[in-house]
Design a protein around this ligand. Structure first.
Ligand code: URP
Ligand code: ZN
Ligand code: ZN
Length: 463
């Protein structure tokens, strides 16, 4: 006995067509016409799109930052994810100073185990590089299912690594089938600009974007491109936000460097005018890189369309305005960085990408599901609607509209950076490995069904 989703418009990264999908257990077993067996349960998807479940490859749930922890943990974060049509998240587990990679990873497993409503995997952020850590890397990709690491070129004295560590990690990752994700901002320059503002008494969140201008991001991307070329290691630029960085990635791709890049909904639809509010309220938008001038948005949309940008992820990292962001009321550099968004990635990309004519339906699916699956070792189990793949499916009703806001979102945080923004279309039914987890736009309140995903090592052949 199976489940049949009947009569929807099935969208893949290559095309779209009307058809039925038959699910048995956790797997899609047939796609096409006349797939129904006698005792199957049939759910009509007529008039709706069916997308592969979204993959958000950049979240920070239950992340400790100083004495604080992010407002969303793995339960609230992944619950919000499935409501928005994201059935897999890849979170940044972190090796803090003095820890081994194994300790860092165990900590993240403890945080997530039994709490996740979506499936989940981990990247491993390395903040304390040494030879012993290098010796753990084969274990990471071959036994722990972690096929990507992350390095920060910013956040001086906290997470920032120097060029020597970056170079060595790239060489080691290349040999272990690991993709190196990098936060590209020149942390030393950010630190200098920040100290200058502080000395001048310029401590309002207004100064946050001025302490991290686009050139600071571009310089770091450029340095990473040089190191990627020297080491012949594949690299992934996270949360790319501006034209300058995009052009640097485009030139590197043209030179044959194995570079991939992600942008985020906030950089596509929000801009730096929000910082003109001189009150503390604009601490809501203190994230790194910061929001950019509006003219960058067309370049980013175009980068998605032309393939310079490979994926869209949220960088969901939520802190309440009251009680958490307030830690930086007298000093913008003490405001915990980040913003929520995991629930609205598909909605924003669909509304302001597909409906606005900036992305085709297939490009939308490619950026939000197929490419993340390919780059992060989950394809073809995830990211595609085909026999043999996980039945992670989103039935998307584009006649539904909603207004995004803190009073209605599922994020456990007291504001939305997208407050008042209209979303066209909604995930009305969502399936995770064949099980319905969202019904009529509401979470089916079963126990969390999410499983840890052992990801395959990075392989250029699957690209
Ligand atoms: O501001 C941000 N992006 N916070 C999350 C941590 C990071 O840099 O990805
Ligand atoms: Zn980052
Ligand atoms: Zn991040």
């Amino acid at each position: 006995m199976g489940i049949v989703l009947r009569g929807g418009t099935i969208v893949t990264d290559a095309d779209y067509y009307q058809g039925d999908i038959r699910i048995q257990g956790e797997i899609i077993v047939a796609v096409g016409d006349q797939v129904t067996h006698a005792e199957d349960t049939v759910l009509s998807a007529e008039g709706c799109y069916i997308f592969p479940g979204g993959i958000d490859a950049h979240t920070h749930f239950d992340l400790p930052v100083g004495t604080l922890s992010t407002a969303d943990d793995f339960a609230s974060g992944t619950r919000a994810a499935i409501l928005g049509g994201t059935t897999t998240i890849i979170d940044y587990a972190t090796q803090f100073k003095g820890e081994t990679l194994q300790q860092g990873l165990e900590n993240w497993h403890r945080r997530a185990d039994g709490k996740c409503y979506s499936d989940y995997g981990f990247h491993m952020a390395i903040t304390d590089w040494n030879e012993n850590v290098g010796r753990e890397m084969p274990w990471l990709s071959q036994e722990a299912g972690v096929a990507s690491v992350k390095l920060y070129m910013a956040y001086k004295n906290i997470m920032q690594v120097d060029d020597s560590a970056l170079f060595q990690v790239l060489e080691r990752s290349r040999d272990c089938g690991i993709l190196t994700c990098v936060h590209c901002e020149n942390g030393d320059i950010v630190d200098n600009l920040t100290q200058q503002f502080r000395r001048q008494g310029k401590t309002a969140p207004f100064y946050h974007p001025l302490s991290r201008p686009p050139r600071v991001e571009q310089e770091a991307v450029n340095r990473l491109m040089v190191l990627a070329e020297l080491t012949d290691a594949p690299v992934f630029v996270v949360h790319l936000s501006c034209r300058e960085a995009l052009e640097t990635v485009a030139q590197a791709k043209a030179r044959g460097i194995r570079v991939f890049a992600e942008t985020c909904p906030q950089y596509l639809v929000l801009d730096d005018s929000v910082y003109q509010d001189f009150t503390f309220t604009c601490a809501k938008y203190v994230m790194s890189p910061p929001l950019r001038a509006k003219e960058n948005q067309d370049y980013l949309w175009n980068g998605l369309k032309t393939g310079i940008l490979d994926t869209v992820a949220t960088d969901h990292c939520s802190f309440n305005l009251r009680g958490q962001k307030e830690a930086g009321r007298d000093d913008f550099s003490k405001i915990p960085n980040g913003a929520p968004g995991v629930e609205h990635r598909l909605g924003i990309l669909y509304t302001y990408g597909v409906k606005a004519g900036k992305l085709s339906l297939s490009q939308f699916v490619d950026k939000m599901a197929t490419q993340p699956a390919k780059l992060f070792g989950l394809y073809p189990q995830k990211g595609v609607i085909a026999p043999g793949s996980h039945a992670d499916l989103v039935i998307w009703d584009e006649t539904r509209h909603l207004t995004i806001g803190a009073s209605s979102h599922a994020h456990k945080v007291d504001y939305s950076p997208y407050e008042g923004i209209e979303q066209q279309g909604q995930a009305i039914h969502v399936f995770l490995r064949g099980r319905q987890v969202v019904k009529n736009g509401l979470v089916c309140e079963d126990d969390p069904q999410g499983q840890y995903l052992f990801r395959k090592p990075f392989s250029p052949s699957e690209r």
